[in-house]
Design a protein. Structure first.
Length: 418
């Protein structure tokens, strides 16, 4: 590496470090996603409410569950409880038919369920409890237009969708303005014979009811955003939250649901956490970019590996041996001897340039002179060859004798077969 290249690498390294430091200390933007998760301190998490529950219910134990209502109540230890408050605060709580039935039975035993959601399973709830959720679009554009356009929420400070409680002892002189969805949800229908209206919007639409079921009660609110961090910190909105929860018996233990919240349903893998941190995300992408650049430039400077080419194998001998074994197993000694003689005569023609069409004294003398093998040995070999050619069948001993004579000849002329 030359001096100029080193300087370039140093400069690039310094720039990367400065970029990571600047990204790390850059003010972090708010995350306006509505997770309703008790661990989230973002505007639409429920961290503040969850951590103030001990103050709202000082005599109660807080039980945090991250399983579905069906799984929780399938446990007899939970299903047989009485005098407990089960709280669901989520954007959507779509209970199945079984979960709806189990919750109703659990309430009838003397427990209370508090649900703040914009969406429930209409089919089951309307069939079981005559409850349905309606919606109205709010076209009002408030001063917080940037937040509204990006995150699908509206500011209800100056429209018909402020919220308040109905009970004169809890109702505020000034209704509470909250940020919530553009599609404002209200409780469109419910069984009035066993239900009490607890809260509504400024236009009169009901958004909070209590329904008696056996020994317990179901509390349903269609304004879950009121219970989030952002709205609890705006003006006096926290009063609305505390007053709404004051309907629950203060001495009952609290079961807090985490299963249906958006944040808790997202699997936090190591890579997901890594990419959720801006500084770590930049470091990750810079590292990937550095690796790509290194591969591009390093590939130009290094010669590609030269593959090792193996020499072609001579499989002729293996093939011949295989064929010979096949003949031998089938006791075809005549064919083996004929093949052996054929290769032997071809060897003589190629090696000593002699014709093999006629075996006479002249042929024996010439072959003996050229090969250096004595004439008697040669005569003996060709006498055996003549016997093979004239015989219809051969026994193994004759085959063995012919083979030994030919191999002896090869050995004397120093012939090596590959």
């Amino acid at each position: 590496m030359n001096k100029i290249a080193k300087i370039y690498y140093v400069i690039i390294g310094i720039l990367i470090v400065l970029l990571i430091v600047a990204e790390y200390y850059k003010p972090k933007p708010f995350d306006w996603n509505a997770t309703f998760d008790s661990d989230d301190k973002i505007p639409f998490g429920t961290y503040i409410l969850y951590n103030t529950l001990p103050e709202i219910f000082p005599q109660s134990d807080i039980i945090n569950v991250d399983s579905s209502a069906n799984q929780v109540l399938s446990d007899s230890a939970f299903f047989n409880l009485v005098d407990h408050n089960y709280i669901f605060i989520d954007k959507s709580v779509n209970f199945s038919a079984d979960e709806t039935d189990m919750l109703i039975e659990w309430i009838k035993k003397g427990n209370n369920v508090f649900i703040a959601t914009e969406d429930i399973n209409v089919e089951y709830w309307e069939k079981k409890l005559n409850i349905s959720i309606g919606s109205k679009t709010n076209f009002f554009s408030a001063i917080d237009g940037e937040i509204e356009s990006k995150f699908n929420v509206i500011n209800s400070d100056s429209n018909n969708f402020k919220v308040n409680l109905v009970n004169p002892g809890l109702k505020s002189e000034k209704a509470y303005g909250i940020f919530q969805s553009y599609m404002v949800r209200y409780i469109a229908s419910f069984d009035t014979s066993r239900s009490t209206v607890l809260g509504n919007y400024s236009n009169g639409d009901v958004n909070f009811i209590a329904m008696e079921l056996g020994e317990g009660k179901l509390y349903l609110s269609s304004v879950p955003y009121a219970f989030t961090n952002f709205n609890m910190l705006r003006g006096e909105n926290h009063e609305y939250v505390y007053k709404s929860l004051s309907y629950l018996p203060s001495n009952n233990n609290i079961i807090w649901d985490e299963h249906y919240s958006i944040g808790s349903n997202v699997a936090m893998s190591p890579l997901r956490y890594f990419l959720s941190q801006p500084a770590l995300t930049w470091a990750y992408y810079v590292a990937i970019g550095g690796i790509v650049v290194y591969i591009i430039f390093a590939a130009k400077r290094k010669q590609s590996a030269i593959p090792i080419i193996e020499a072609p194998r001579n499989s002729t001998v293996e093939f011949v041996q295989t064929i010979s074994n096949l003949y031998l197993q089938n006791r075809e000694h005549k064919k083996i001897a004929t093949k052996k003689i054929k290769f032997f005569l071809e060897f003589i023609r190629n090696k000593y340039r002699l014709t093999t069409s006629k075996f006479d004294d002249e042929f024996y003398v010439l072959l003996s002179k050229k090969s250096g093998v004595d004439e008697n040995t040669i005569r003996s070999i060709f006498q055996s060859i003549k016997h093979v050619n004239e015989s219809a069948r051969l026994d193994f001993d004759t085959l063995k004798q012919v083979n030994e004579k030919i191999e002896k000849f090869y050995k004397k002329v120093n012939y090596e077969r590959n």
